[in-house]
Design a binder for this molecule. Structure first.
Ligand code: BGC
Length: 776
């Protein structure tokens, strides 16, 4: 497919010169859109306009009409698998290739910035937009997001990393305040963005609709400037989510450069007025204009060259990605052999059931909705891959698609199943269940589908369930009915072909879960606090999100984070973890030898988890810190390596407000899922002792544990007049009392007459602490 190039500007931009030449009104106009999808030009100075458009797993370029909900038609483009499926590939190289294909399509359609990827954390499986996000874990989200950005931007077009930040639900998304403590923000909700921003440098970052701790993300100086720019060194453009700006002046001041879409130029007038009245320094506006002109300059070279893409090759890549992102959850033996893969020789006896096999669910609704260049259905693809016509029964109704009643379709399917060699049942969530704009309120498949499965299981034990859904569904009520379950997520336009490849063993499944499948909704970490109420959602589970929560509670889950079966097997041996350096310079090199011990080619996702058994803060039992996907022939063996640094071992200290490494023992595990750890190695890491500032409100225990405070406190206790301590400063009181003391602020101790030290003693202690600079 080709399209003629358009020139977005008259020539290379001399950014600093233009800032001098632009009028105040022109500068203000540049900081909002021209219309729904274009930036504002200033023709007088040769500043052109560029188009930005959705994203994230395909191009949604609307030609004539515009909306942000995917309602109106867009140009045909490859619908790659959604992020739920791309995430499950755990394959950074593949994501770079998909990214580069997306970049080529973006470029061929004269679009400068593709609005994606979205890397918000899947806090609850109920979030209606989870299909657009990668994972419940920030390392997977950040690394896969970075890979996609690198791929897209390698083609000379930009990305928009979204939605920054803490946009983890659709309910009340345009107003709700996500109330989250800083440690949780840093460790869970910002880490993925930090990884993607610092590694891949997206041209733009899109701020979220919601508030973060009471302030709109679009007006959040801490988020948009302190963290994003000052700490992470981001120098690109911050664009609003569509309609996310409440008040332009505070937004601009907070670090938001571009309001999209155009909102009637009222904001521009407010910006002009704020500069004229002195309420806002013109330098703030100049800085935003500088970033916007730099963005236009970046877009110039690609826009100047004609470009095309090979739709057939992209369809094939979409098929490869959909296969790599499907997760084989279960594959129990029937008559002694795992049910999958099916043999092509048996294909003629296979019965395919389920309307989704003929009418695929392959993407979600909303702004990410793509108009695909082609659409594979699994039923046709199975026939092609297996080389035989398979029989089909719709099994249940889809509104507006299938004729008849659920009962009638179920009975027909059961009749056909009696004589089938194997029954492959396509189940999933109805399209209306998951979309941008609203959340689910349950995790269940429709009753009609479960009833169908029950009825089929009664007549034929050789049942394979193929699932299509954008976020986890509960399997606990029905999975005992079937020996095999293949989760395909929303696999994009070539998903049907990918399923056929997997079912008949043309490919070995290699996807792994990036989100835990819980037993029930009640088990989920945010149950009770999702989606919040009265304009607030409190992230009370803190850092215990996803597997961190299930592991902390020792809970049974249906399928753990990281899980996924293949048609082969892998051995992890020679696992070592070697420490070098210390403190901020420490590295831990983790190595493992992975061997394909089965009979077919396959890929293992080697996952490296770290746990810190002792810390002043509660740390998750284990956290993913790195991963490698390795593809091996039968019998082949390869050594993989993941290098961890100080940050990978650190936590965010809430009072020090810094990433903090506590020395001591760490447990490094290598595994095939968060609950299938093949080896755990203990390493000892050296780091300076923790030295949080002390005050009169710090406890006796905190003073004692402090490297300097402990020494000062012991000296004070060692004074001859101190009751209850010997001349070395050791306590001479009973154990219960000593235990109670540890928790008492030193000011309280000084107030109790006759207890260890009085107010004079406290004053001496605080003075000395001041002198040694350890007092807050
Ligand atoms: C979505 C964004 C999208 C934008 C433009 C918004 O409603 O939240 O993800 O990029 O619309 O369509």
């Amino acid at each position: 497919m080709t399209s003629a190039p358009t020139t977005t500007t008259a020539g290379p931009l001399d950014v600093e010169r233009l800032i001098q030449d632009l009028t105040l009104e022109e500068k203000a106009s540049l900081t909002s859109g021209l219309d729904f999808w274009h930036t504002q030009p200033v023709e007088r100075l040769g500043i052109g306009s560029v188009m930005v458009t959705d994203g994230p797993h395909g191009l949604r370029k609307q030609d004539t009409s515009a909306d942000h909900l995917g309602l109106a038609e867009s140009v045909p483009a490859t619908c790659f698998p959604t992020a739920a499926a791309l995430g499950s590939t755990w394959d950074v190289d593949l994501l770079r290739r998909v990214g580069s294909a997306l970049g080529r399509e973006t470029r061929a359609n004269d679009v400068a910035v593709l609005l994606g990827p979205g890397i918000n954390i899947k806090r609850s499986p109920l979030c209606g937009r989870n299909f657009e996000y990668f994972s419940e874990d920030p390392v997977v989200s950040g690394d896969l997001g970075a890979a996609l950005i690198e791929g897209i931007q390698s083609e000379g077009v930009g990305t928009s990393l979204k939605h920054f930040a803490v946009n983890n639900q659709e309910t009340d998304r345009m107003r709700v305040s996500a109330d989250v403590d800083e440690r949780t923000l840093r460790e869970i909700y910002l880490t993925g963005f930090e990884r993607a921003v610092t590694r891949a440098k997206p041209w733009t970052v899109m701020c979220a609709y919601n508030k973060v701790n009471g302030t709109y993300a679009s007006e959040h100086p801490w988020l948009l400037t302190e963290v994003l720019r000052d700490e992470w060194g981001y120098d690109g453009v911050v664009v609003s989510d569509w309609g996310a700006v409440a008040d332009r002046v505070p937004s601009l001041a907070a670090g938001l450069d571009l309001e999209m879409p155009n909102s009637g130029n009222i904001g521009d007038a407010q910006v002009v007025e704020a500069v004229r009245s002195g309420a806002m320094d013109e330098a703030v506006l100049d800085q935003a204009v500088r970033r916007l002109l730099t963005l236009l300059s970046r877009a110039l070279p690609a826009a100047a060259e004609p470009s095309s893409y090979d739709a057939g090759a992209h369809h094939a890549l979409a098929r490869e990605a959909a296969a790599a992102g499907s997760v084989l959850l279960k594959n129990d033996p029937v008559d002694g052999t795992p049910l999958l893969p099916l043999r092509a020789a048996d294909a003629a006896g296979v019965l395919v059931v389920g309307e989704f096999a003929r009418t695929p669910r392959y993407q979600g609704a909303g702004s990410s909705q793509v108009n695909p260049t082609r659409l594979d259905d699994a039923l046709t693809a199975i026939g092609e891959v297996a080389g035989a016509d398979v029989s089909f029964a719709p099994g249940f109704t889809i509104e507006g698609v299938t004729e008849g009643s659920d009962e009638q379709l179920r009975d027909e399917a059961v009749e056909a199943a009696r004589t089938a060699t194997t029954v492959v049942v396509f189940l999933g969530l109805p399209a209306a269940d998951e979309s941008e704009g609203y959340d689910r309120d349950h995790l269940d498949l429709p009753d009609s589908q479960v009833a169908l499965l029950q009825a089929l299981a009664e007549v034929n034990p050789r049942l394979v369930v193929v699932l299509a859904n954008g976020s986890a569904v509960a399997l606990s009520g029905w999975e005992h009915l079937t020996p095999a379950v293949l989760e395909t997520w929303l696999g994009g336009q070539a998903g049907g072909g990918a399923v056929a490849d997997l079912l008949f063993g043309a490919q070995s499944p290699s996807g792994r879960l990036t989100e835990t499948i819980p037993v029930s909704l009640r088990d989920t970490p945010a149950y009770g606090s999702f989606p919040g109420e009265l304009g607030h959602v409190r992230y009370g589970e803190g850092v215990l999100v996803g597997y961190r929560y299930y592991d902390a509670k020792g809970m049974t889950v249906s399928y753990p984070f990281g899980h996924g079966l293949t048609y082969t097997s892998f051995e992890h041996t020679d696992v070592t973890a070697t420490v070098s350096g210390e403190g901020d310079d420490v590295t831990v090199t983790v190595r493992a030898r992975i061997t394909n011990t089965g009979t077919v080619r396959g890929a293992e996702v080697v996952q490296v988890y770290v746990g810190d058994p002792e810390s002043v803060v509660l740390r998750p039992e284990r956290e993913l810190k790195g991963f490698v996907k390795v593809s091996l022939e039968p019998g082949e063996s390869r050594e993989v390596e993941v290098v961890l640094d100080a940050r990978d071992l650190s936590y965010w200290h809430p009072t020090l407000r810094a990433w903090t490494l506590e020395g001591g023992e760490f447990l490094v595990s290598v595994g095939a899922s968060s609950r299938d750890l093949r080896a755990t190695v203990s390493v000892d890491v050296t780091a300076p002792p923790l030295a949080a500032p002390l005050s009169d409100d710090s406890t006796f225990g905190e003073w004692l544990d402090h490297p300097v405070g402990g020494e000062l406190l012991r000296a004070e206790l060692a004074r001859p007049e101190t009751p209850g301590a010997d001349d070395q400063g050791n306590l001479e009181i009973d154990e219960t009392m000593a235990k109670m003391l540890l928790d008492m602020p030193v000011r309280v101790i000084a107030n109790f007459a006759g207890m260890l030290f009085d107010r004079d003693g406290l004053a001496r202690l605080l003075d000395q602490a001041q002198e040694r600079s350890v007092r807050a």
